[in-house]
Write a protein that binds this ligand. Structure first.
Ligand SMILES: CC(C)(COP(=O)(O)OP(=O)(O)OC[C@H]1O[C@@H](n2cnc3c(N)ncnc32)[C@H](O)[C@@H]1OP(=O)(O)O)[C@@H](O)C(=O)NCCC(=O)NCCS
Length: 181
């Protein structure tokens, strides 16, 4: 699958994408809200392999795509839409962008395209997501995309020596507006 937006191409991962992923996943700013404290070459090769394996799923339920800038061709992150294991009509979305490219609307642009794909091509009724409560940038992206905060799971994650709350978000098809052309 490939999706083109105003500034981005969302394309399938390739095995030689791992160095670009490693370059940003080693950044402490990226790692702040993940259980990982560091990332190695073998961690990231395994990470990319998960997405190569998804491409072989039949029927395909998960689409985790590389986010590539159209102007430079640089891989700057990834984003995904994944049907829930127990529902064909609900999928969750996720995204990550290299810190040097933060704050320019790339995560929102990529995720908006996935949501459109979910509601128009995948037959979804509901799109959901979540983030660690302190991850203000991720919560803001979800709000900009029109997802409503539906709950707060108190201290349901433990990593880096402490408990973290998680915010849960959702968007129904009848609440979603297609982008204006
Ligand atoms: C979350 C993430 C993907 C956002 O990427 P991005 O391309 O910078 O996102 P956008 O530019 O589309 O939007 C970011 C918004 O958050 C805002 N923001 C940034 N830091 C913030 C903070 N600490 N608190 C509140 N809002 C914040 C920005 O101002 C912007 O909102 P605005 O357009 O209203 O000004 C990026 O920070 C990231 O990759 N983080 C590490 C991985 C991660 O946490 N992924 C999500 C896991 S749930």
């Amino acid at each position: 699958m490939q999706i083109t937006t105003e500034r981005l191409t969302l394309r399938e991962f390739e095995s030689d994408d791992w160095p670009a992923v490693l370059a940003y996943q080693q950044d402490p700013r990226y790692l702040e809200f993940y259980p990982w404290s560091t990332r190695t070459e073998s961690d990231v090769k395994e990470f990319v392999q998960w997405f190569l394996d998804e491409q072989a799923e039949s029927p395909r339920r998960r689409f985790q795509l590389a986010v590539v800038r159209r102007d430079t061709g640089a891989l700057i992150g990834n984003c995904g839409i994944r049907r829930k294991p127990d529902s064909d009509q609900e999928a969750d979305i996720g995204y990550e962008i290299a810190p040097e490219h933060w704050g320019r609307g790339y995560a929102t642009e990529a995720a908006a395209a996935l949501i459109e794909h979910g509601f128009t091509e995948m037959g979804l009724h509901r799109v959901s997501s979540w983030c660690i409560a302190g991850n203000g940038a991720s919560a803001r992206v979800l709000a900009k995309l029109g997802l409503q905060q539906e709950g707060r799971l108190r201290e349901n994650e433990f990593f880096k020596g402490r408990w973290w709350d998680t915010l849960v978000f959702g968007l129904l098809k009848n609440e979603w507006s297609p982008p204006k052309t």
